[in-house]
Design a protein around this ligand. Structure first.
Ligand SMILES: NC(=O)c1ccc[n+]([C@@H]2O[C@H](COP(=O)([O-])OP(=O)(O)OC[C@H]3O[C@@H](n4cnc5c(N)ncnc54)[C@H](OP(=O)(O)O)[C@@H]3O)[C@@H](O)[C@H]2O)c1
Length: 254
């Protein structure tokens, strides 16, 4: 059945690939991000798909722009069946040069960029009596990883928010999905100077996420070996974890 779907961060990377996959499957889409040219090019790629596909510039750190986007989606599509909240940034930096502004920026996009949408979407989905909120967290939510502290902290917040919301919102017919990818090739990882085990193509990651959402999964974590490593990282004693991650977390050129 055709669904009306919002995707944030649809201009590049995993979000773009999810938009292409969902468009090919025949769903109606509203694509959101800041880069309008890139959003337009995704819409152009889908112009022969016989679906309703639109885009809107939306900075997810601006609550008013998020509310405008939700309003536009309602006017455009009537219902909002699925919202894939995928926008995200990395770039935590190192504590020797710590800047709290970087931490704030990462939280603004990764955490509040999801929270603003949840605030706007929950009343709409409650009224509809159904809806799916799929938030993109990360397998990096396991602990504070050196060089990635702000990102890990933001993604653990995202995971905790989504996991609790899933339990609370079930009685309103709202499904909340927690999505935790491992390493995926995209602009976000292009300049990482450290080894990224089990690195995946963004098309493949997008297909796994889309299939998981469409088949009603509550948690989507992949690839399996990284899920195992992330779980192991959580359960090993902290002293051992900090020793091992201290070796791994140092970029090759530092
Ligand atoms: N790549 C990985 O290894 C990996 C692993 C685990 C989880 N993830 C998560 O997967 C999601 C997608 O990441 P990706 O790898 O596809 O990264 P990417 O290629 O860098 O894409 C990031 C997307 O987020 C959007 N975005 C950034 N700031 C925004 C803002 N202020 N307002 C609206 N949109 C904004 C960007 O669009 P504009 O710049 O046009 O606004 C872009 O579409 C993120 O949440 C990321 O944390 C990625």
């Amino acid at each position: 059945m055709t669904k009306n779907i919002i995707i944030t961060g649809a201009s590049r990377g995993i979000g773009r690939e999810m938009a292409l996959e969902l468009g090919k499957q025949g769903h109606n889409l509203l694509l959101l991000a800041r880069d309008e040219d890139k959003l337009k090019s995704v819409c152009d790629e889908l112009k022969d798909s016989n679906i309703s596909v639109h885009y809107l510039k939306c900075d997810v750190t601006e609550k008013s722009e998020v509310n405008d986007a939700i309003e536009y989606a309602k006017r455009l599509m009537g219902t909002i069946d699925i919202a894939i909240l995928n926008s995200g940034v990395a770039g935590s930096g190192y504590f020797k040069d710590f800047q709290s502004d970087k931490l704030r920026n990462i939280f603004d996009v990764n955490v509040f960029g999801i929270a603003y949408f949840m605030e706007g979407l929950i009343p709409i989905m409650k009224e509809q009596g159904y809806g799916t909120i799929a938030g993109v967290s990360s397998l990096a939510d396991l602990r504070g990883i050196p060089g990635n502290a702000a990102y890990c902290a933001s993604k653990s917040s995202v995971t905790f928010l989504l996991d609790a919301a899933r339990v609370e919102l079930a009685e309103y017919g709202i499904s909340v999905i927690t999505i935790k990818p491992g390493f995926v090739k995209s602009d976000m990882t292009a300049n990482n100077a450290f080894f990224m085990p089990f690195l995946m193509e963004s098309e493949e990651a997008a297909k796994i996420i889309v299939n998981g959402i469409m088949s009603g999964k509550k948690r989507i974590a992949f690839p399996l070996p990284m899920v195992f490593l992330s779980w192991l990282g959580k359960i090993v004693p902290s002293t051992l974890f900090e020793y091992l991650i201290g070796l791994y977390g140092k970029p090759i050129n530092q």
